[in-house]
Design a protein around this ligand. Structure first.
Ligand code: GLN
Length: 199
C-alpha cells in the first residue's frame, strides 16, 4: 500500500458530513485536519469539501471568513468537492433560487437537487475510470446535484445514466455522490494519489 502518512489533508468542518471523511483518512494513515479557520489551509496538502447543505455551507463560509482563502487554495492545491461540496466548487449553479454563491473553481455548471429532493436517496453500482482501470464502486446519492455543463478542460471519470457524476480538472475533483459512508476507500485513495502527484 502507498504510504500516505506524510500527508496532511483537511476536511472543511463547518457543517455536514465531515467526520466520515476524517474517518476514512485516518483508516489510510493520513493526518486529517478539521478546517474551520483560514490559517489551517496553510498547513494542508489537500482539502475535501463534504456533503451537507450548500445553502448553509455558503452562509458559514462567509461567517467564518473563509471565502477568499478557499478560492486561493483551490486555485493552487488539490481540492475534492463531494455533493454539496461539488456545488460549492462549481463555476455556476443553475436554477439557483436560494442564491448560493459558488466558489467558481471547476468549470462545470450544476443543478443542486438534480437527483431528488428532501430525504430521497439511493445507491447504485457505478464504474469509475481510475487511472488505467475501471473500478466498480457503490455510489450513494443523497439529494445529489447533477452536472449540466462540463468545460473542455474537465475530464469525466464516471457516468450514471449517461450523465457525469465524477469529474477531474487538473488538481480539482468533484463527485455528485458519497463514497465515505463505508470502509471502501478507493476513491479517497484516488484523491490522495492526486495530492502526491501534485506535490
Ligand atoms: N442538494 C444538497 C445541497 O443543495 C446537497 C446534498 C448533499 O450534500 N448530500 O446542498
Amino acid at each position: 500500500m502507498t504510504d500516505y502518512s506524510k500527508l496532511y489533508v483537511g476536511v472543511l468542518a463547518l457543517q455536514g458530513d465531515f467526520e466520515k471523511h476524517s474517518y476514512q483518512l485516518n483508516l489510510l494513515g493520513v493526518k486529517s485536519v478539521e478546517v474551520r479557520v483560514a490559517s489551517q489551509l496553510d498547513i494542508i496538502d489537500g482539502l475535501i469539501i463534504p456533503g451537507g447543505e450548500s445553502t448553509t455551507m455558503d452562509i458559514l463560509i462567509d461567517r467564518f471568513e473563509l471565502r477568499d482563502s478557499l478560492i486561493k487554495f483551490g486555485k493552487e492545491k488539490p481540492l475534492w468537492g463531494t455533493c454539496a461540496g461539488m456545488i460549492m466548487i462549481a463555476k455556476n449553479i443553475i436554477n439557483n433560487k436560494a442564491e448560493v454563491k459558488p466558489l467558481g473553481l471547476m468549470d462545470i455548471d450544476v443543478d443542486r437537487n438534480f437527483y431528488g429532493r428532501q430525504l430521497y436517496s439511493f445507491e447504485e453500482k457505478i464504474t469509475a475510470h481510475l487511472y488505467d482501470t475501471d473500478e466498480e464502486i457503490t455510489a450513494t446519492f443523497i439529494r445529489a446535484p447533477g452536472v449540466t455543463r462540463v468545460g473542455k478542460n474537465v475530464e469525466i471519470i464516471a457516468y450514471y445514466n449517461d450523465k457525469p457524476i465524477l469529474l477531474k480538472q487538473a488538481h480539482l475533483m468533484a463527485s455528485s455522490f458519497h463514497t465515505e459512508l463505508d470502509d471502501d476507500t478507493r476513491l479517497m485513495e484516488y484523491f490522495l494519489k492526486n495530492i502526491l502527484a501534485h506535490k
